[in-house]
Ligand binder design. Structure first.
Ligand code: GLU
Length: 306
């Protein structure tokens, strides 16, 4: 009889099949065998593995910065700068920025997320970053920090993202200058969390914002969930939606948030937030063990997403 612990143990074996991201030098230091999962409902929490480990949000932050920008400007204004269509390209692809329709396809790819970073409320880099950290702090009920080592490591090797940012500026999509847009984006990627924080963020979506004081319109929460379902798992998003069926967002640090609108998993009932950390990632960028864990959970338990 499978239970969460055995599903976790089986998934953990797959860490050997992935590799820690190496294009950001500081991420390459992660232990590829690490694997931890937190699952949280409104009144119960299950922790599997070493859930005290901290790591950076990387692309998971893209959905949160989108929410802050969309709440501030309204969705109609945001759509002038970033669309909500999946691409099928890799997360840091530059190719469509040169096509006739050069508007970034969605806020989950780097081009869209850097544009969103430039649209965040505030004038200075500090204010823009703070608008997102404050939103996350409201959800978590605690302070969050930026991992400066990871930030600087990525900043000094950000040729690709810098190139994307220059093209965005040339095409008129940036609301702040190249350097500020890039730095805000990279600092947000380097926010440090643990799996319990991820589960709480996921629960925020699962409860439509009812698990905390963080304010976000229902429209923006719903669009964020739709973006996660259609573009949240890199070029595996279609298959993840088809075969796992949960809105989710992953990052190259090996982080994943997955949202269960209603479900039952052992003592967890109702809306459930799942936070995963497994730095051994596959070639598209998803935690190998994390995908296996979520796929097995969705097969074994009744989990509903919409
Ligand atoms: N900071 C990373 C980058 O821009 C985030 C990538 C990701 O997690 O998908 O390349």
């Amino acid at each position: 009889m499978e239970n969460l612990q055995t599903i976790f143990e089986q998934a953990k074996e797959l860490t050997a099949k992935g590799k820690a991201a190496s294009y950001i030098p500081a991420l390459a230091q992660a232990d590829p065998a690490a694997f931890a999962v937190s699952l949280m409902s409104m009144d119960y929490q299950i922790e599997l593995g070493d859930c005290s480990k901290t790591f950076t949000l990387q692309s998971v932050v893209k959905v949160l910065s989108f929410m802050v920008a969309a709440n501030h400007h309204g969705i109609e204004e945001i759509l002038k700068y970033v669309d909500v269509e999946p691409t099928g390209d890799s997360f840091n692809s530059i190719v469509r920025l040169e096509s006739k329709n050069n508007k970034p396809f969605n806020p989950m790819i780097n081009a869209g997320a850097i544009t969103i970073a430039s649209l965040l409320p505030g004038k200075s880099m500090f204010e823009k970053v703070k608008s997102v950290t404050q939103f996350i702090e409201k959800i978590l009920g605690k302070q969050v920090y930026i991992n400066n080592e990871v930030y600087l490591s990525e900043y000094h090797s950000a040729d690709y993202n810098r190139a994307i940012t220059y093209i965005l500026q040339a095409n008129g999509f940036l609301k702040s200058d190249v350097e500020q847009s890039l730095q805000v984006y990279l600092q947000l990627c380097a926010i440090s969390v643990n799996t319990s924080d991820l589960a709480k963020i996921a629960l925020y979506f699962a409860t439509n914002g009812k698990n905390s004081d963080a304010v976000c319109s229902k429209e923006v929460i719903n669009i964020s969930k739709a973006l996660m379902l259609t573009c949240g798992m890199y070029n595996f998003s279609g298959k993840f939606a088809a075969f796992v069926g949960l809105p989710a967002k992953s990052g190259v640090s090996g982080a994943i948030i997955a949202i269960v609108k209603d479900g039952e998993m052992e003592h967890l009932k109702g809306p459930i937030g799942i936070g995963v950390y497994g730095p051994a990632i596959d070639e598209v960028g998803n935690s190998v063990a994390g995908i296996e864990f979520l796929a097995k959970c969705s097969k074994h338990y009744d989990l509903f997403c919409l």
